[in-house]
Design a protein around this ligand. Structure first.
Ligand SMILES: [Zn+2]
Length: 223
């Protein structure tokens, strides 16, 4: 059993490296990809009924995505790689911390060439589930990237997913204000018990990161 699992892992790595070789040979220059694991530190994001904080799942998937992109030769950076938000040391109140955190993230977005933000969703009715992708309307490439990631989700992760792409409104501050190509991936709903269990599972997190990577990959080929 262990041997079979190792073989599966070996094949997966071989596919990854052969895929990456083809990728780096065909990929146009895209500059730095910035991955933004939503929330962190004082800001836990949404909270599941079992106490799971969104910020931890965001970070876990983002670190996996960072490593996968790096293996493929993509220049990649993170807004955070620990459980910490980006607020200024001078910020005291929660509001001050939130405002400075957003401002500092937006500054990081401005120096990147493309942004992928990772979040988890929540709704008052537990039956709703599924990945949804939002895009910034300030750069035409954002919608193209979102379309590629959505197609990858349907192809590789959730064939039954019917969630439409959504243009970010002013309620999604960072996407609404950034001018670089940017998307936000709501990987799933922490308010859905089955999806919550999947999102807490490391193997599913890896599959989600892999799905987003291949969506990005398809985007660069179309560019
Ligand atoms: Zn969030």
């Amino acid at each position: 059993m262990v041997r079979a699992f190792c073989c599966v892992l070996c094949v997966a790595f071989l596919l990854l490296f052969s895929g990456c070789a083809a990728y780096t040979a065909t990929q146009p220059h895209t500059g730095v990809v910035l991955i933004d694991p939503g929330h962190g530190g004082f800001d836990g994001g949404t909270v599941a009924i079992d106490g799971t904080n969104e910020k931890h799942i965001n970070l876990s998937i983002s670190l996996m995505l960072r490593d996968m992109l790096a293996v493929c030769g993509v220049a990649v950076d993170l807004t955070r790689d620990t459980d910490a938000a980006l607020e200024d040391a001078s910020a005291v109140s929660i509001r001050e911390k939130k405002v400075s955190d957003m401002r500092n993230r937006l500054t990081m977005y401005a120096s990147a060439d493309l942004v992928i933000s990772i979040h988890q969703n929540h709704f008052s009715v537990p039956k709703y589930l599924g990945t949804q992708v939002f895009y910034s309307d300030n750069h035409p490439d954002s919608r193209l990237l979102a379309t590629s990631i959505r197609a990858s989700v349907i192809r590789r992760l959730q064939p039954e997913n019917t969630r439409e792409l959504k243009k970010a409104s002013d309620g999604i501050y960072l996407l609404h204000h950034t001018t670089v190509p940017a998307v936000l991936v709501e990987c799933g709903f922490l308010s859905n018990p089955d999806e919550l269990e999947r999102l807490k599972d490391v193997a599913y997190q890896q599959k989600t990161a892999w799905t987003i990577l291949l969506g990005y990959w398809d985007y660069t080929i179309q560019k």
